[in-house]
Design a binder for this molecule. Structure first.
Ligand SMILES: [Zn+2]
Length: 297
């Protein structure tokens, strides 16, 4: 199942207790119907759960009885009786004879609770959202520029800031940053889906951080090992040709310890001196040794 379907299934479980919100949700869905006119209302969806939700919304909000019909991959709800359409138009404040229905009648959405419900209905019909494994993206499509503009201002009222784009003949309202996607889903009634996105993001960040640390530590280890290998090679060159006596007295302990503990870091090796010496002190001596070796070479 796609993540969008999971989100929609979660949205379809939101209770229909408040009459104002039930009507607002139905309204959001109707404005994204394939046909919403005074002659016909046609809602279509590929999601069976959404089809049942639409049926219940129309029944509860407008006392309109209908049955979703399966057509290929889609489920359709078609209303063509003027009495049914009239009830819906009256309830939403539309003129029964008017053709212009694809605009948002804000009088119907006075309560703050209803704004989110309206967007839920709209998202059920026209929304998609990328899953946790993908880049953040949520969009809502509308065939009507004016509607997209009105929905945008409605989202702004809720503190959400979508972007607007055009694709083909459609307008898209979309969010690309994960925080806005999560916020939107939470607001319209899918907090579990929002949480899934959030957890995936946290996990990904954590993985990246760990990878960075491991890379960094590996790089340091390689650097230490390289330096030690160079020092040891230099020492061996001198020892092989001239023996330990070739080294000045004050460097001999360093020579012995470096050979005895080839994998030690500077800090570890410095501690092995009796008494221990400082890291810069050791570094200085090792530098002297390599310089001395290159001269002897
Ligand atoms: Zn409400």
């Amino acid at each position: 199942m796609s993540f969008s379907s999971e989100v929609k299934n979660e949205l379809c479980r939101v209770s229909m207790q408040r009459a104002c919100c039930t009507r607002a949700e139905a309204y959001g869905a109707l404005l994204h119907a394939s046909v919403f006119s005074h002659r016909e209302i046609r809602l279509s969806t590929e999601n069976a759960v959404v089809a049942r939700r639409l049926q219940a919304l129309l029944q509860r909000a407008f006392f309109v009885e209908c049955e979703p019909q399966r057509q290929g991959r889609k489920y359709q709800i078609v209303l063509d009786q003027s009495a049914q359409i009239g009830r819906i138009f009256d309830a939403l404040g539309y003129d029964r004879k008017s053709h212009v229905t694809y605009h948002l009648n804000r009088n119907e959405l006075e309560e703050a609770c209803c704004l989110a419900s309206f967007l839920r209905g709209a998202f059920l019909m026209a929304g998609t959202v990328a899953g946790p494994e993908k880049k953040s993206h949520l969009e809502m499509k509308s065939g009507h520029q004016s509607l997209a503009g009105e929905e945008m201002s409605l989202m702004l009222d809720l503190g959400l800031s979508p972007k607007l784009a055009h694709r083909g003949g459609s307008c898209l309202l979309y969010f690309k940053d994960s925080a806005s996607v999560e916020d939107f889903l939470t607001r319209i009634g899918a907090p579990h889906a929002a949480m899934a996105l959030m957890e995936a993001k946290v996990e990904k960040n954590l993985r990246n951080t760990i990878n960075r640390q491991v890379n960094c530590e590996t790089a340091n280890l390689v650097k230490t090992a390289d330096a030690a290998a160079r020092q040891i090679a230099a020492i061996r060159t001198v020892l092989d040709t001239h023996g330990e006596e070739a080294f000045p007295e004050n460097l001999r302990e360093t020579v012995r310890l470096r050979l005895a503990y080839p994998t030690d870091t500077l800090a570890e090796l410095a501690q092995r001196f009796d008494p221990p010496i400082s890291k810069p002190g050791l570094s200085h001596r090792l530098k002297k040794i390599t310089e001395f070796a290159s001269k002897e070479d």
